[in-house]
Structure formats: C-alpha cells, structure tokens
Design a protein around this ligand. Sequence first.
Ligand code: ATP
Length: 368
Amino acid sequence: FAPWTDPDQKPIIEFRNVTKTFGEFTAIHDLSLNIYEREFFALLGPSGCGKTTMMRMLAGFETISSGHIFLSGQDIGAIPPNKRPVNMMFQSYALFPHLSVWENIAFGLKRESRDRDQIAARVEEMLRLTRLTKFAKRKPHQISGGQRQRVALARSLAKAPKLLLLDEPLGALDRKLREETQFELMDIQEKTGTTFVIVTHDQEEAMTVASRIAVMDEGHLVQVATPAEIYEAPNSVYVADFIGDVNILQGRATPQGDGVSIDWAEGQPPIRAATDTTFSPGQACHFAVRPEKVTIDVERPDRPNTFRGKVIDIAYLGNISTYHVELAGGHRMKAQMVNARRLANRQITWEDEVWVGFTDTAGVVLEE
Ligand code: ATP
C-alpha cells in the first residue's frame, strides 16, 4: 500500500487542538487534523464518536469550545456559516418538494442574483454531471431515491464550493444503489476537483470512496491513513476490529530476530511474527490477523505458525467461505477461502480435523 506522501498537497482544512464540549460532556478532545485540497476524506466511527459534530463545526452550525479551524489558511471561528465557502449535504437531502429538479438546483444560484443565462448554463452543467438532464422538469416525488440524492448533490455543487461536507449521504439508499452511487460520487468528486468530506459509520463505504480515512473513537482520532494502510496496518486493536473481520489473539511478546515470538495459549506453539515495533521481553500484546490471511489445510503445511483444530462452523458467503476452527484449549480462529479456489481443492467440511496457520508477515503485533 502507498502511504499518503504528496508534498504538493495543500491543506484546505486544519483542525488545531479543537475541543468541543456540550455542558459537562466533551464530544471532541483536543483534536488536530489536516485535510488536503481535492481529497475525498472520510470521518469514520461508531455512533456517537463525534463525526457529525466535526462537520457541524466546519459548516458553522456549532461553535468551537477551544482551538481553531482554518479553511485555506483562514481562521473560520468568526465567519458566519453563510459566508464560508463550504456546503453541507444532509442525509434527508432537504429538497424543496414544490420545485422542479431544475429549480431545486438553481435555487442557491438565484439567491446569489447571478444573471439568468449564467444560472441556466450552470444548472445544465450540473444536470449533465449528475445525469439528470431528462428529469429536469420533474418534482422530487416523481423521481427515485437515488435520483433525489443526485439532485441534492447537484444543488450542493452548483455554487462550486471549495469544500462539500456529506453527512451519511447514502444512508437512505438500498445496498445495490448505494454501491452504484458510491462510484458516481467518486467520479463527480474527481471531475469537479472539490474536496469532499464524508461522514459515515459504514466502513466498507469509507474504504470504497475515500482517499484517506480518519477513524474516530469517543471524540479522539485513532488513526488517519489511506484505506489500504488502515486495513493492512491498523495501529490498534480498536481499528483492526472496526475495519473488516479479524482474529485477535492475546499474548506476551519476546523479541526474536527481526520480530517477536508470542506466547499466547497453553499447549500451542508460540506465534512467530515480524514487526518493526520494539517489545520488551514478556510485554503484553495483541496479534491481529485477517481471516483471509489464515490458511486451512488437511495436510500439515511445512512452516511455523501452524495449529491443529477442528472445523466447527462454515459460513458460505457466495464468493468466499469462512471456516471457524476450534483449537485445543477452546481457542478459535477464523480462516477464509475464496470459493473458486476451494472447489478446485479437496472439500473441507464440519468436524474435519485441519491445520490452520499463517506466515510470519500475515498479521500485525499491537501493543496493549
Ligand atoms: P452518529 O453516527 O450517531 O450520528 P456521531 O459520531 O455523528 O454519531 P455526534 O452527533 O457528533 O456523533 O455526537 C457526539 C457526541 O456528542 C454524542 O455523545 C452526542 O450525544 C453528543 N452531542 C451531540 N450534540 C449534542 C448537543 N447538542 N448537546 C449535548 N450533547 C451532544
């Protein structure tokens, strides 16, 4: 994976030691973060972690308790919401029901009192961009949910904001339409060059659309990185567990060669894992390994990190199957296999005695 290293990127948003309190409750703790021009940036985290509060401070709907937010280098603390070059698209879309698609998109432009030809040209451009030209005359109730979402997007982009904030923009769409719309959003973001900041609690969505993701936990940033970094090199058990499926094994690490040896379960051989982190002998740690990195075999493979167990459950998911394997001592490990590969191999089924294992670079060793 490629870490984020583009020296030409200029920050469009800078959070500097931002804290937000509601009475006694601190929703955002001393948070600092840069978001760069033309990024598609996702704020990701479980309900209540403070994502929406971050957006509302950016848009100006919420005051900042302490710290500063800079937009293109300018402190926005004192700028009223309607004077910020920021637009926010809400989950409800907030379209005007009595206005046509065309008029909905034109609404903000008319309020800016531009001349009519200019407005018409811009609306036509937005209709083309969002593939809505043939729906221009319809009212919001005469189009589908996905089309309404595109109208809201067209309206938000009509004034060419430098920054568009999207709060759970696809929440109202069903799964298939959601996936299609994610690709549309990415396409439109790229074509317009607008910086998009999206709030979502859906990790797959964040992974799909975003160039970088900030994972939040109770008002703190836990990790800010590209989707691949977050998935392949999570910096904590929290991130490893929040993004995708994972096996987390608890143990004690002891330095060995260019990695560690982890004692993790009585009667099981230690785990041998490569790591750049320095551990002191016997230091408590977690080892996190994705199920797709865990192999499952009938014959014992010739390598370390191989454990004997019995298949207790198989979840068939069409493209992949997940095998739940119970090891001696009651420990469990999930192994995933692509079904196209499985069918070519010998079938493994319930109650089968198998070997599960992984290479020494398959997982990450995390400090407790
Ligand atoms: P969700 O995904 O559910 O929208 P979120 O991550 O966007 O969650 P926020 O809406 O930012 O979370 O809320 C963060 C925390 O701040 C929550 O614990 C919430 O209860 C609290 N909070 C938000 N607004 C207020 C308010 N006006 N008064 C008091 N507490 C608030």
